[in-house]
Design a protein around this ligand. Sequence first.
Ligand code: AMP
Ligand code: GLY
Length: 425
Amino acid sequence: MRVLVIGGGGREHALVWKIAQSPKVSKIYAAPGNAGIAELAECVALKATDIESLANFAERNRIDLTVVGPESPLIAGVVDVFERRGLAIFGPSKEPARLEGSKVYAKEVMRRYRIPTADFSAFSDPQTAAEYVHRRFREGARGLVIKADGEAAGKGVFVVHHVDEALEVIRSLMEERVLGEAGARIVIEEVLIGEEASLMAFTDGVTALPMPPVQDYKRALDNDRGANTGGMGSICPLRLVTPDLQQQAMEQIIHPAIRATRDAGIPFRGVLYAGTMVTEAGVKTLEFNVRFGDPETQAVLPLLENDIVEVMQAAVECRLDEVTLQWKPRYAVCVVIASGGYPGKYETGLPIEGLEEAAQVPECVVFHAGTRKEGDRIVTAGGRVLGVTALGDTLAQARGRAYDAVRCIRFDYMHYRTDIGIKWV
Ligand code: AMP
Ligand code: GLY
């Protein structure tokens, strides 16, 4: 089989790494890929959002299966374009991808299908939104969460604790449009307290097969301080989510969301990912994503025993009921090494050293995110640069190995968190 992977981050390196282990696969392409992916796949210089060119490429190169990493092409309808041309592709079509593309839509689905989530209201008028926050704080709310409706690459969520702070966020989103059209509508919801868990499942629109629970570390600095990022590390499995809680989440969150997409006419096929808060009152939904998490995938896929290509094909062909997922009874820890300054401004083009040494650490894989080749050197090319992942019999062993490998790697101004998974050891 010939497989095309769309994207070029750490998640896509983990996908390519796992796909390359399939005996069914003879050739992998990645668009655009990165320096790590280039060791396993042929990288093509096409943007993940250049849908027409990607479809032309898939047709010309007789691609048997395309796998989509990031959300943007899914929300823009890459799956619809490929399917219209008879090309097999793993991911949801444009309509069900609205679960991630619109927060208002996602919250409406949650309300209609009684999916546990924070109480919320949606607004398209700043005045009404302002009156609402005045009222909520008068009634004694300790805080509120304000979310831009549209796609905002993780930058559209604000936790506020005072009326003035709330009004400022409403003004900048809805009047100044600092996030563009994403701020035309907003959701305001109650603050949930607890531990975050990422719950992902493969689905063909009817059957859903869960992956083990993962914890993602979103803040830039140790002890969950600093700015929100795309994710600074992940651990899997997160034992806090017991098999009972996981089953509850499948019944109350994942299955109803899939049913909603069926009722709307186009069943969800691909990976459905619920970002959740494990609260004292059970697991509540923060958001839906319509793809694999990044860096969750870097910790999950090394634990999967199955041939992932068979799982994805079964999902595309709506026969996931024939598949049983097998997971290694082990732990995985992924530590992201970022460019100094990320998620703000940072330099690129800095040479990376120690990659071979890091790869010598037992049961360790270094997934590349923002890297590129410059002559025979590998240099930094993005905010998140590497996802150093290791397995172990215990979380402590996996952590120890991941950090042993991290300490082999050097580039100017590199930054990583030292506390990934420490809470659960
Ligand atoms: P979202 O994109 O909706 O998942 O929000 C991004 C991040 O904001 C989440 O991962 C949480 O850390 C935080 N967040 C979102 N909604 C809430 C909430 N209702 N209560 C507390 N934290 C939240
Ligand atoms: N790690 C969070 C995400 O993939 O959205």
